[in-house]
Ligand binder design. Sequence first.
Ligand code: PMP
Ligand code: GLN
Length: 380
Amino acid sequence: MRPFGTTIFAEMSALAVRTGSVNLGQGFPDTDGPAVMLDAAAAAIHGGRNQYPPGPGVPELRTAISAHQKAFWGLDYDPDGEILVTAGATEAIAASILALCEPGDEVVCFEPYYDSYAASIALAGAVRRPVTLRAHDGRYTFDPAELRAAFGPRTRLVLLNSPHNPTGKVFSADELAQVAALCAEFDAYAVTDEVYEHLVFSDAAAPHVPLASLPGMRDRTVQISSAGKTFSCTGWKIGWACGPRPLVSAVTRVKQFLTYVNAGPLQPAVAVALDSPPSYYEQFRDDLQRKRDRLCQGLTEAGFAVLRPEGTYFVTADITPLGGTDGVEFCLALPERCGVVAVPTQVFYDDVTAGRRLVRFAFCKRDEVLDEAVARLRRL
Ligand code: PMP
Ligand code: GLN
């Protein structure tokens, strides 16, 4: 793990605190999730649910996850054996990779990739085979030939994040079908990171489609999500992995030695949140979409070349029109120049040239915070 330093998110949040900057770097909301969820957590803490929960997670949460999967995505998972509650999506991803990969196995992933992917692949002694997403006409796409070339005899799994952090890309039906066909051809597993499953904006070209719902994919996919984004509780670290029994069993065997179990009293509260009416999910999406529009407009006015996201908490922008040539330099200087923190996306690429001029801003913040950030950025 020697090559891995402090995460860019921790580094940039510390920089924001140190410089008193507006923090649009790390993706966490600055308002709380639903009151019924917070009340349920308080009740669980005061109601004596403070000891180790069952290994796979508390039954009412597994039941709620199962019902949510069925209601939104038409996927059937048995709460007893096909669902595992984890310490956030991060642990589910790490445990899945550790469970499914032997040293030297290859993991196909799209870059820019969420930073824990490279670390988890390294922990497993596996090798990452990144496929680069490039912006064309304002949309991030990949070259199908590059995707095919990334697969080979050592491919063990493909790690797919859609909606995608940091680009805000939502993989289309055609793109998902390409991934599924290669998984079948190379007999590979899929691990899908769907933490932004409820953040696909109304003007996106495609809705969110779990890879597991494509023909033949359920039996080879571990599907991962978490409560952090959907219910604005990133500090709770309640996530889950769903899949066929043998895969979930393998992931459980790893998870039990990473954390054993996690956050007992928060689990029943997330079950309450998952049972929210459809209007909750719609309003959550609409709120974030308005924030996306607010920040995209502000960034455009400030001179950035904005790549409008179709989903997630994030917008990426090219710094070239502002005279920037290197996102890391740009983001390190930004607090001093105008009191704003952003994240350079080149740190999420193996091919750093592909992301050299791109920076990421989070818009999961109160309107007044976004407006203040934009006012400061306009001084650039
Ligand atoms: N995957 C992606 C794509 C993310 O953006 C994040 C950050 N929230 C995570 C995983 C981690 O999720 P959690 O906080 O539930 O571990
Ligand atoms: N997912 C969040 C982001 O992309 C950060 C989570 C973290 O700091 N590990 O900003």
